[in-house]
Design a protein around this ligand. Sequence first.
Ligand SMILES: Cc1cc2nc3c(=O)[nH]c(=O)nc-3n(C[C@H](O)[C@H](O)[C@H](O)COP(=O)(O)OP(=O)(O)OC[C@H]3O[C@@H](n4cnc5c(N)ncnc54)[C@H](O)[C@@H]3O)c2cc1C
Length: 423
Amino acid sequence: MQVERREARGGTLVVGGGFAGAYVARLLGKRGATIVNPNNFMLYTPLLPEAAAGTLEPRHVVVPLRQMCPHAELLLGHVTDRAAERRVVVAQTLGGTYEISYERLVVALGAVPRTFAIPGLADHGRAFKDVADAIALRNHLLRSLESAAARLDRGEAERDLGFVFVGAGYAGVEALAELNDLAHEAVRRSYPTLRDVRQRWVLVDAAPAILSEIPRKLGEYTHRYLERRRGIEIHVGTTLESFDDREAVLSDGTRIPARTLVWAAGVRPSPALATLHLPLDERGRVTVDATLRVTGTDDVWSLGDCAAVPNGRTPGRFDPPTCQHALRQARRLAKNLTGPPRPYGYRMLGQVATLGRYKGIAELPGLRLRGLLGWFVARTYHLYALPTVRRKARVVTDWTVSLFFRRDIVELSALGHPHRLEP
Ligand SMILES: Cc1cc2nc3c(=O)[nH]c(=O)nc-3n(C[C@H](O)[C@H](O)[C@H](O)COP(=O)(O)OP(=O)(O)OC[C@H]3O[C@@H](n4cnc5c(N)ncnc54)[C@H](O)[C@@H]3O)c2cc1C
């Protein structure tokens, strides 16, 4: 294999162009950086549930890295090795395999879904982590409606309309709430024969409460709202025992006829960290000091979901894996890379979540909002936080259009499987 050498632009190599890495490169501005990332976009994950539900066009919840970081060089590919003594990282890119030399290395490889050895999970469970997962889940949901509508056997139709979500954090709750909205609206308007077929939506979590990351009262409101107003079955303090594509079995003995299992039960640091030979803690996260510099190094820095980041404002606790924290860490790191390193510290200002059309929750300093107001504030916050004016404009357009038109129920599972030309 031929390996060519090249230098990181401006001396800074950023591996991983997700939330954390992309913001570091953006904030470095004209100093420049080289980003190695498998895709040419950054995913704005908080809007992923709306992309799955079809309120937003999936392309509009991702931000092109070339627009977000106009001074950075972008190489599409994966990092595969690092030689610390020579200050080079090996990357397999679309243009070939390179040894990229750096003066400063920023490691922001993110996380992957955390799974357990549960019978059937690996074969039949669906992840909800990136834009491909969201599109696949939407198509699968719409195909389940089509399948149920075609059945003569009512029991099998109900099985098609059984949806089990494991993981009651932000990702699981928002995805379930948005997709539940989509399914009910689609049935009401377009599948008259399914109107009296039972839909069963189930949320499962090992923790004693849903949305444990938000204040208890808002979590309890969300629980009540999902259960009473939306008819969602919630099993907390419960785990999934097995799923065989026909039935989910829970640790409390509940058996749910279902053909859909969505797994959103947390994340673990990217396994690609192993290729970079960095110090990791017992959870597999890169260990960094208060300035985000990797312990035992003077030229490697790490942040985001892949790092155990100590926070000066919350002593004794590492930052949770959220966009908010990744963004604040990126702001500190960009300054530390260009000036005297200072310790990182950030206190969360608030949290927001949407729960389907016109429903949401928002926790702001001194203010707790829910319902329509919570939904409005959640959307406004995301619009503010979404990078680049172009993306903001596209998202506003999608939201406006969705206020006046029915949800689109076209399923495009054929996408990604184009016809092969026969000889
Ligand atoms: C569905 C969902 C909803 C969420 N909702 C919220 C929310 O509402 N609010 C909130 O605060 N947080 C939310 N989060 C969490 C948030 O998305 C993460 O905390 C944030 O993305 C972390 O940023 P990161 O840069 O560390 O990781 P990521 O954004 O995951 O970026 C890591 C990047 O590294 C790349 N990469 C991986 N391996 C390699 C390799 N070998 N070489 C090169 N590149 C590689 C990946 O492709 C990716 O682009 C949500 C997460 C999910 C999955």
